[in-house]
Design a protein around this ligand. Structure first.
Ligand code: PMP
Length: 416
């Protein structure tokens, strides 16, 4: 999008009204107005989400799928409507393709256990990119160790883009799944998912996409992407924590073995043998996070109400302005400067530890993340152990970018 078009779309976000929806933004820390730039870790919650969760507790609190009484029926309807809301938000064809999980991490583990484990043999391969979050690395390492398979890594270039020719070279008949992040939480890289899926499918390889950082910032359409699985977490998209979702193509879910055993995932149980529910309930053992799902649906409605294009354009503008301003500070080096980036600015400053930067910024009221961002392999790729990460959300403002930049100048003064 050109910057002119971005500006027009951004004009449609009424930031004052957006911010008024978030009670937590109206506070001071260390005597300064809070500038919350740690959205990639988790987002603040709008009143619509708080009210939805509270409404469940105040009126409809009951277990789902089991009761004949009114409250249980209301809870069940609200829970299943939340599934439909997730389905619509991701552009899935069928709400039976949506499995509620604790978050992105559990969704990856579910696919590893129920889809990949039965088809992964000795000498087979799992392919992930060098910029994955630990949650899209460690489950595969565990599984590969168990099955005698190998985890292969798709290299990235110095800018932080996947090297597509290398990716295509690594795909083979041994590859049993590709796991790739849609938007990197450490670099901000937006990966060419549709292209990567097409390349994998041309060789019959299924693809899991980690959308934890994409769902908050972009309109996602799983059918346009063509992926087999797509995972995300509620808490990064203005919803509650402890809830997230797995999208899985119906034909895959139908074939998959249960993930965990327990109540709600069975049709009948006897000591002679047990039969399982159809997907998605087959993969939702035990009482689910009902209020979480209801809150997540409220969050997705809230985001749609803002308009994903307007949000994306606004955040693109913040990122462009922040990038330019931060680069003017002496000794700053960006970590990740990919062709397409979204909502994440990761950098280091010569001679100053990221934790010191984070701590000084905090005294100025500016909340950023300093650390490895659960992506140690990509930190190692850049020869750093940690970065400072400012990550943006729909409610951030140009004035907050200025506060970040003022804070970084202060860091220079204090640390010399
Ligand atoms: N993938 C990415 C890209 C992430 O940023 C995160 C959270 N930082 C996760 C996966 C894991 O999400 P969760 O901890 O909510 O399961």
């Amino acid at each position: 999008m050109s910057s002119g078009a971005a500006a027009t779309a951004a004009a449609r976000l009424d930031l004052e009204r957006v911010r008024a929806e978030f009670p937590a933004l109206r506070q001071e820390v260390h005597g300064r107005p809070l500038v919350y730039l740690d959205n990639a870790a988790t987002t603040q919650k709008p009143r619509a989400v708080i009210d939805a969760v509270r409404g469940f507790y105040e009126r409809d609190c009951a277990n789902v799928h089991r009761g004949v009484h009114v409250l249980s029926q209301r809870a069940t309807v609200a829970f299943e409507q939340a599934r439909t809301a997730v389905k619509a938000h991701l552009g899935a064809a069928d709400s039976r393709e949506i499995v509620f999980t604790r978050g992105a991490t559990e969704a990856v583990n579910l696919v590893a256990a129920s889809f990949v484990r039965p088809r992964l043999g000795h000498g087979d391969e799992v392919l992930v990119s060098h910029m994955e979050h630990h949650s899209n690395i460690v489950p595969w390492q565990l599984l590969c160790a168990e099955r005698g398979a190998t985890l292969k890594v798709i290299p990235i270039d110095d800018r932080g883009d996947i090297i597509l020719e290398e990716y295509e070279r690594l795909l083979s008949e041994r590859t049993k799944i590709v796991g790739v992040v849609h938007i990197s939480n450490a670099l901000g890289t937006v990966n060419p998912i549709a292209e990567m899926v097409a390349a994998a499918h041309a060789r019959g390889v299924p693809v899991l996409v980690d959308g934890a950082q994409a769902v908050p910032h972009a309109a996602v359409d799983v059918r346009a992407l063509g992926c087999d699985f797509y995972v995300f977490s509620g808490h990064k998209v203005y919803g509650p924590s402890g809830i997230g979702a797995l999208y899985g193509r119906r034909e895959h879910l139908l074939e998959m073995v249960p993930y965990q055993g327990g109540g709600d995932m069975i049709l009948s149980v006897s000591f002679a043998g047990t039969t399982y529910q159809e997907p998605p309930h087959r993969f939702e053992a035990g009482t689910p996070n009902i209020e979480g799902a209801i809150g997540l649906a409220a969050a997705l409605r809230f985001l749609q109400g803002l308009g994903l294009e307007a949000v994306a354009a606004h955040e693109a503008e913040l990122l462009a302005d922040a990038t330019a301003a931060v680069l003017e500070i002496p000794g700053v080096r960006l970590i990740g400067n990919a062709r397409r980036r979204a909502a994440v600015l990761s950098f280091v400053m010569d001679g100053i530890h990221p934790h010191d930067i984070g701590t000084i910024l905090d005294t100025e009221g500016v909340a950023v993340r300093a650390g490895h961002h659960c992506a140690q392999p990509v930190m190692a790729r850049y020869g750093v152990s940690a970065t400072v990460r400012a990550s943006f959300g729909a409610y951030n403002t140009a004035a907050e970018i200025e506060a970040l930049v003022r804070g970084l100048h202060r860091v220079r003064e204090v640390m010399g």
